[in-house]
Design a protein around this ligand. Structure first.
Ligand code: ATP
Ligand code: MG
Ligand code: MG
Ligand code: MG
Length: 470
């Protein structure tokens, strides 16, 4: 029998447990004491201070399965969802960490042993990358592990100006611990489009990155300078859904057990017939990020983290609408999320009533304007000349109908159109100026409305959540 995703999660931590690693629970999606970070985006986040040497722990080796959201900030995969086989807004990152304990040789050895001995992945399916100048990592792969040299790819900096933006130089954000890395890729086969890393076709889904081993050596400050960390350390991250897809003989992450359950549920709830419809994958993805974010205390709002959550919910609702949902549907999928992931994350079940209520309210509120907004957009598109939706249209959809700009961009993309982001931004700036001027009237605010006589403006006030965003 093939391993379930839950078995793989546990098996990974057991493997590293036997190698002397302390199992550490996933931290919250809302980073503690780290204003530089929107959401937890990697397993190493909770160990940031340990890498920096300012926090001591009782252990020097750790392993975890960390819940992550990449829907904003430096790592943002929101627009990839539904389009690639490998990206989610929410995913779990399996990791092993060394805080000044082992370094390159053991880290590479452990990863190879786990993939080829424990999971029995055929060696010839794997290839690796190293940072351009990292001869040490290259020779570890070539001489110690025995990977053929033509399957070890050196990757340099993308451009001289962006010195540290290489895929083989990892950083969690603009500041913080970082270092060169070595990544392991799996070849899903010739029948799938895409090329190995370093080629122009690398964005395809044939060669999928499964594991990143970061050789943590530096701390980058806001001005770009790099200081050595007190001790060279190891941070690794492997996407649970990606490794599970391989083990369960699938190609796409969306083929794995837990996603199949979610996708079926979305189809049942919306009445969708075609199980290949990309909107099913989008909704199945989004219930995970939204469900977990609410469980971790994020509430839909008009700014910051809450606005990212609101945007994801609205995108899910729009896709559900496309699939044929006739009534409020999104919260009903949460039950399946509990079924699929509630054992590993009991808080999902414990907070069921609350999460469902928030999702329902948020959808009800947006649902009122969704249809009308879509109608307006359709009319605009019929009249559109060229392939760019003007900024004032995007703004009107945002301001009056609660369509975040990225939602309009998502719709535009389905029709091979783009949006005029600059135009939208200047319309927003105008709006802010007007709002500020209005605020200056202080208590007489209502009088201003009367004087202007704009009923629309009052209406927009009533549409809680559809308006001004910081
Ligand atoms: P990619 O190049 O495919 O976008 P990445 O280089 O951005 O991945 P890392 O920052 O190196 O990813 O994260 C470590 C691992 O986490 C990746 O090797 C991958 O297995 C997994 N991972 C990263 N982003 C996602 C995502 N959006 N959804 C699912 N898994 C992911
Ligand atoms: Mg990425
Ligand atoms: Mg990558
Ligand atoms: Mg990577």
């Amino acid at each position: 029998m093939t391993k379930s995703t839950a078995d793989i999660r546990q098996g990974f931590m057991d493997f590293f447990g036997k190698k002397g690693h302390q199992t550490v629970s996933s931290s919250s999606l809302v980073p503690e004491n780290d204003p530089t970070l929107l959401f937890t985006n990697a397993g190493m986040n909770q160990f940031k201070d340990t890498f920096l040497g300012t926090e001591k722990r009782a252990y020097t080796r750790a392993t975890s399965s960390q819940r992550c959201v990449r829907a904003g900030g430096k790592h943002n995969d929101l627009d990839n969802v539904g389009y690639t086989a490998r990206h989610h807004t929410f995913f779990e990152m399996l990791g092993n960490f060394s805080f000044g304990d082992y370094f390159k040789e053991e880290a590479i050895g452990f990863a190879w042993e786990y993939l080829t001995d424990v999971l029995k992945i055929p060696k010839e399916k794997l290839l690796v990358t190293v940072y351009e100048s990292d001869d040490e990592a290259f020779s570890l792969w070539a001489d110690k592990i025995g990977v053929p040299e033509d399957k070890i790819i050196r990757i340099g900096d993308k451009s001289p100006e962006k010195k540290y933006e290489s895929d083989n130089f990892w950083s969690m954000g603009d500041t913080g611990p970082c270092g060169p890395c070595s990544e392991i890729f799996y070849d899903h086969g010739e029948h799938i489009w895409g090329g190995p890393p370093g080629t122009p076709e690398e964005d395809g889904d044939r060669f999928i990155e499964i594991w990143n081993i970061v050789f943590m050596q530096f701390n980058r400050s806001a001005d770009g300078t790099m200081e050595n960390l007190p001790n060279p350390s190891i941070d690794t991250g492997m996407g649970l859904e990606r490794i599970s897809a391989i083990i369960q003989n699938g190609h796409s992450n969306y083929d794995i057990d837990l996603f199949q359950g979610l996708i079926q549920k979305v189809a049942d709830v919306t009445g969708a017939k075609d199980l290949q419809d990309k909107s099913l994958r989008v909704v199945a993805d989004h219930i995970r990020s939204c469900g977990f974010l609410i469980c971790d205390g994020v509430m839909p709002s008009n700014e910051g983290r809450g606005y990212v959550l609101r945007r994801i919910i609205r995108r899910a609702v729009r896709h559900g609408h496309k699939l044929g949902a006739k009534e409020v549907f999104f919260y009903r999928i949460y039950e399946e999320l509990i079924k699929q992931m509630g054992d590993a994350y009991p808080e999902l079940g414990q907070q069921r009533e609350f999460v469902e209520k928030i999702l329902r309210l948020e959808e009800e509120q947006f649902g009122k304007t969704l249809e009308r907004g879509l109608l307006i957009l359709d009319n605009e598109l019929d009249a559109l000349k060229g392939s760019v939706i003007p900024g004032d249209v995007v703004f009107k959809l945002y301001d009056t109908y609660g369509f975040p700009a990225d939602l309009t961009a998502d719709i535009a993309r389905e029709r091979e159109l783009t949006i005029d982001e600059d135009g939208f931004d200047s319309a927003m700036a105008e709006q802010r100026k007007r709002a500020q001027a209005a605020n200056n009237f202080g208590k007489d605010y209502n009088d201003v409305l009367k004087i202007e006589g704009k009923t629309e403006f009052i209406g927009y006030q009533a549409l809680v959540g559809s308006s001004t965003v910081a």
